[in-house]
Design a protein around this ligand. Structure first.
Ligand code: AMP
Length: 285
């Protein structure tokens, strides 16, 4: 794997690959890599892509400066994992490389309703920051296929919308990859490593709650707020603070109060375990 710091250098390699008729698969990340990230690399390899990963902890998407400061950095281990997964190239640009001159000239994007609900409501400015960094990365790399995880489902919808706004939706094939989980169901996340042993032993319940809601819907229970309350009580009993646990239309992100078998739906959760914020979701088709 070749490691780059500058976009101009990786762009030369991308041009060479393109001339050879090779398709470029891109996986943007913030590092502290785990098997969830690696599953995206593996999918891109299966798709016979020339696989480029980026590691950049994007300051503009952190609404909480403490969260940014505490974001884990494990670059040595990340490089080893990427090499094992046969990733072809990695770019680890500096803040100055991504946002020259403090990013004054970076265009802002709006995402309407999508950036005002759930993660958008709880983390003001977060999706504006995601829009900025992704517009820069996509313009620099111009991949054929973009791989992102449904663990961050709302982010997937935002980036798809961004691609439409940039007129890249016909050029870039957006691939949504399933959430990789620990054996107890906990969605893998870079933030999990901030949980202590006791907290870690309890958090499998988050996914179990999502599954139990899905199961109750399948058994014909159609009212969401009853199962929602049961789960919130269960989580609170475990010392887990629920920021939101909601049902929404999986395309429009309109909140729903009833299970509707005709609609693709998503159950979304954001919780606090001590100082650590975790999110998860489950799609109901
Ligand atoms: P991050 O480094 O958290 O910005 O994540 C980089 C990419 O990896 C995003 O597209 C995430 O949705 C994806 N990702 C993170 N965790 C998982 C997981 N557990 N399973 C699958 N994809 C994931």
């Amino acid at each position: 794997m070749i490691v780059f710091k500058y976009f101009s250098d990786i762009q030369s390699l991308i041009s060479q690959q393109r001339q050879n008729g090779v398709s470029i698969g891109f996986i943007p990340t913030m590092g502290a890599l785990h098997s969830g990230h690696i599953s995206l690399i593996q999918k891109a390899k299966e798709d016979k892509q020339f696989v480029i990963c980026s590691i950049f902890v994007n300051p503009t998407q952190f609404n909480d400066p403490k969260d940014f400061e505490k974001y884990p950095s494990t670059i040595g281990a990340d490089i080893s994992l990427l090499e094992l997964a046969k990733c072809d190239a990695l770019i680890t640009p500096s803040v100055e490389e991504v946002y020259p001159k403090g990013g004054q000239s970076v265009k802002s994007f709006s995402f309407g309703h999508l950036e005002t609900v759930f993660e958008g409501a709880m983390r003001p400015g977060h999706f504006a920051g995601v829009g900025k960094v992704m517009s820069i990365l996509l313009n620099k790399i111009m991949p054929d296929k973009l791989y992102m995880g449904s663990k961050d489902y709302q982010q997937c919808l935002i980036v798809k919308d961004l691609c439409r706004q940039l007129n890249l939706d016909k050029k870039i094939d957006f691939i949504t990859c399933p959430t990789v989980r620990e054996p107890d169901g906990l969605a893998m996340s870079s933030r999990n490593r901030r949980l202590d042993g006791f907290q870690r032993s309890k958090v499998g319940i988050i996914y179990q709650c999502l599954v139990s809601i899905q199961n109750k819907f399948m058994l014909g229970n159609s009212v969401f707020n009853i199962v929602q309350k049961e789960c919130i009580d269960l989580l609170i009993n475990k010392g887990i603070k629920v920021e939101y646990l909601e049902l929404a239309n999986a395309h429009t992100f309109t909140p729903l109060t009833e299970f509707d078998p005709k609609v693709k739906m998503v159950i979304l959760a954001a919780v606090w375990v001590g100082e650590v914020r975790l999110i998860d979701n489950i799609i109901i088709n």
